[in-house]
Design a protein around this ligand. Structure first.
Ligand code: FES
Length: 685
């Protein structure tokens, strides 16, 4: 169902602003929640000194332990004792100030003191409940409100905005596309992580509602007819009646509940109160499925015994299940890990949601232009010059990696991309090699004919669409003509890290071979073979023989003219080279005749705006006229900077960036050069 565009706009606004404001609180809740979700497994390991004791077969009476604890912690009143049937576990005596004194049950030795909200897990728990600035009840309500807004605006709104409009769009929306550039990739990550964590987060937030809101809890109780029972009271039989020892209560509790595993035994707070025990029995469905035992503190009579399975009413069970699901107390480790992942996913969501917004806001400052001075212009071969650019004040330049290029403003609004071919270690200069194309559209002609030493040139910071992964075992570098520029930079880097590589450099003739002196003088000269098209047959590169046996540890990096690259790629694919081992960068796309181009419309999915793309215009130009800027670099479909997601319609691909598989998927296109076969393309913009 198509969403009305003005509603979509409002929803996007709400989603963005609730994310930028309350989203921070949600991240806080998620990360602090993640901090204690594995507490049951880790607590005994982290606080081994407090929790674990040597096997104790004859524990002391609980009252003796309580007296030892009181002596160690005289400033507060005794509140209860936590005890287990595990003979290697310590006993914890609780005090009214929430401090727990841990003791060895065999000899009453005090092992240490820790507050309920102390230690790593306790601090996380306290933070999660906003204990640092308000009381627990208000903290719970606050968390409840954040939960609700999160549920409605962030999860609900996000899913509604994500909802794909076609099967094709659905396929694209289910995957994270790492090949998208910049913000588009971050947005793809936002949608991908959001989609998979939304399911878990919806469960966590819905089950958090009865914890945060008393009325929701009361609604569950009243809908199921559950009325919380009053706590039973003790009946002192005589004026100066003496309370029975805690040990009596413990022994009686064990006798009445044979499958006991853990119990929290509470002292009566007032004279008329009874002893009360919260009990976890073996085989319980979750950690809040507690049974209860109340005993008259004077007569020792059992006032009430309530087994979770048999006696708890459905309304109470629903409420306890909500808390248990919210806190990861059901389903064991797999569910806890799922919660942990979903909580960490909220952090990823925050990053991927904020960063495109911040990038948009501060685009100018994060992608500054550099003004550099041309200090050397060298003829390297027929029609090829190298240009050495430095900072006019001698400052260091932004670092770059092998395969990087810079955008060079060559005048009259023309911007061209040139690969850096100097050693990536160097920060004092950028060196580019430029071939003067016979059919130059103005860029290489201006560089060769008009640029003089001393001129200032505006360039971008280095960008890398052809990165070299220098952690592989072996490399085969293939360069054709001016395609040697990024490959030369890669050879410098591989030589630097001591990698095993060979470089084949194919040119038309010796005269058209740039940088040959530099290569012959380099440390990697013996790894390079030159191949000249006009030379003897035996030195020509035998591409089928070279690519005959793809080795699993060899990666091929390729750059050169389209015909050369197409031949190498086709041969490699035919010889069975896996796509993941083939890395290439085209310099230019194929030339398409615009004779049969037709006009079409593009629709921007987020705003619903429809923009007409005239026969003679590119999509980026039509969008720019409508005030929508898409970042471009090569403007020819080779760099992928403008890559945009297509939600509906059929694309006519004219780029050299997308793989055959991506083209067939029809979910991405390059608006700088590609067009539509259908009358309308819906774009994810
Ligand atoms: Fe380079 Fe479109 S700008 S592919």
């Amino acid at each position: 169902m198509a969403m009305n565009s003005s509603f979509r706009k409002k929803l996007l606004w709400l989603h963005t602003w609730s994310g930028l404001t309350l989203g921070l609180v949600v991240v806080f809740l998620a990360l602090t929640g993640a901090g204690f979700v594995l507490k049951p497994q880790l607590e005994d390991l982290v606080y081994r000194d407090l929790h674990v004791v040597p096997k104790c077969e004859a524990p002391l009476a609980l009252d003796k332990l309580a007296a030892a604890a009181k002596a160690a912690h005289p400033q507060a009143k005794l509140q209860g004792i936590e005890v287990t049937t595990d003979d290697s576990a310590s006993v914890a005596v609780m005090f009214t100030d929430k401090d727990y004194v841990y003791l060895n049950p065999c000899n009453a030795q005090v092992l240490g003191v820790q507050n309920q909200y102390g230690g790593f897990f306790g601090v996380m728990d306290g933070l999660h409940r906003f204990r640092f600035f308000t009381d627990l009840k208000l903290g719970r309500t606050l968390a409840g409100w954040v939960n609700t807004v999160f549920l409605l605006l962030l999860i609900g709104g996000g899913v509604a905005l994500w909802w794909p409009r076609s099967r094709q769009a659905l396929k694209a929306a289910l995957k994270f596309n790492a090949r998208l550039p910049g913000s588009a990739r971050t947005l793809s990550l936002h949608k991908f992580v959001g989609l998979y964590s939304a399911l878990v987060l919806i469960v966590i937030t819905v089950t958090g509602l009865p914890i945060g809101f008393e009325p929701v809890k009361n609604l569950i109780y009243s809908a199921t007819g559950y009325v919380p029972p009053e706590k039973p009271k003790s009946k002192p039989t005589a004026q100066a009646a003496k309370r029975l020892p805690m040990e009596v209560f413990w022994q009686k509790t064990k006798a009445r509940v044979p499958d006991i595993e853990w119990a929290s035994l509470r002292y009566p707070a007032k004279p008329e109160d009874a002893y009360g025990a919260e009990i976890l029995e073996k085989g319980r469905p979750h950690e809040l499925a507690k049974s209860y035992h109340y005993m008259d503190a004077f007569s020792g009579e059992t006032l009430r015994l309530e087994h979770y399975a048999a006696d708890q009413q459905i309304g109470r069970k629903i409420y306890l299940y909500c808390i248990a699901i919210h806190a990861g107390m059901v389903g064991g480790l797999p569910y806890q890990l799922l919660l942990l992942l979903a909580s960490l996913g909220v952090g990823v969501q925050a990053y991927s949601g904020f960063s495109p917004y911040l990038r948009r806001k501060f685009r100018k400052s994060v992608n500054p232009k550099l003004v550099l001075k041309l200090v050397k212009k060298t003829v390297e071969a027929d029609a090829i010059c190298s240009f050495e650019l430095v900072d006019p004040k001698g400052k260091s330049l932004p670092p770059f990696s092998a395969g990087a290029h810079i955008d060079v403003s060559v005048g009259d609004g023309l911007v061209r991309q040139y690969s850096l071919c100097n050693d990536p270690k160097e920060t004092h200069r950028y060196v580019i090699g430029v071939l003067r194309h016979a059919a130059s559209r103005g860029g290489s002609r201006a560089m060769h004919d008009e640029l003089k030493v001393g001129d200032l040139l505006e360039v971008s910071a280095p960008k890398n669409h052809f990165p070299l992964d220098d952690s592989r075992q072996r490399y085969l570098l293939l360069a054709g003509g001016i395609g040697v520029t990024p490959i030369l930079c890669m050879a410098e880097r591989l030589a630097e890290v001591g990698a095993d590589f060979t470089l084949h450099y194919c040119t038309r003739s010796v005269e058209r071979t740039a940088f040959s002196d530099r290569i012959k003088r380099s440390s990697f000269a013996r790894r390079v073979s030159f191949h000249y098209s006009d030379g003897p047959a035996e030195q020509l590169l035998d591409i089928p023989a070279l690519l005959d046996r793809p080795a699993p540890d060899t990666h091929l990096y390729l750059c050169g003219p389209s015909a050369f690259m197409d031949l190498v790629m086709a041969t490699a694919q035919q010889k069975g080279w896996p796509e993941a081992q083939l890395h290439r960068e085209y310099f230019s796309a194929e030339l398409y005749s615009s004779e049969n181009d037709v006009a079409f419309d593009v629709k921007l999915a987020r705003s619903g705006k429809i923009i007409h793309v005239a026969r003679e215009k590119t999509v980026t130009a039509a969008l720019a006229e409508a005030g929508i800027d898409i970042a471009t670099s090569c403007a020819q479909g080779v760099c992928g900077t403008c890559l945009t997601r297509v939600l509906e319609g059929e694309v006519e691909h004219r780029d050299r960036f997308l793989t055959a598989q991506e083209r067939a998927g029809n979910g991405l296109f390059t608006p700088c050069c590609s067009r539509a076969r259908s009358p309308l393309l819906v774009l994810d913009l």
